[in-house]
Design a protein. Structure first.
Length: 83
């Protein structure tokens, strides 16, 4: 009867917390292995597939042609200059 009144040991509390913890990043989703890379259509150089990449680093081929217009916070000129 006295054993039921004993507090849980440090090791048992640590084990209990470990079992209650949720994994970081959500549940595991099984995916097959893949490579996120593309080749430049002009020179064939490999590059990591990234959103927003506009020019090939090797030959300068233009993947995306983007034309900026004046917006609320972004101007079509050089935006790195602060006033």
């Amino acid at each position: 009867m006295e054993e039921n009144k004993k507090p849980i040991s440090l090791i048992e509390r640590m084990k209990q917390k470990a079992m209650e913890q949720k994994t970081y990043g959500g549940e595991y989703v099984a995916q097959s292995a893949s490579v996120n890379a593309r080749a430049c259509p002009n020179c064939g150089a490999g590059r990591a597939e990234q959103d927003g990449l506009t020019h090939c680093a090797y030959c300068g081929f233009e993947f995306l042609s983007v034309e900026l217009t004046d917006g609320i916070n972004i101007k079509k000129e050089d935006n790195s200059i602060t006033i």
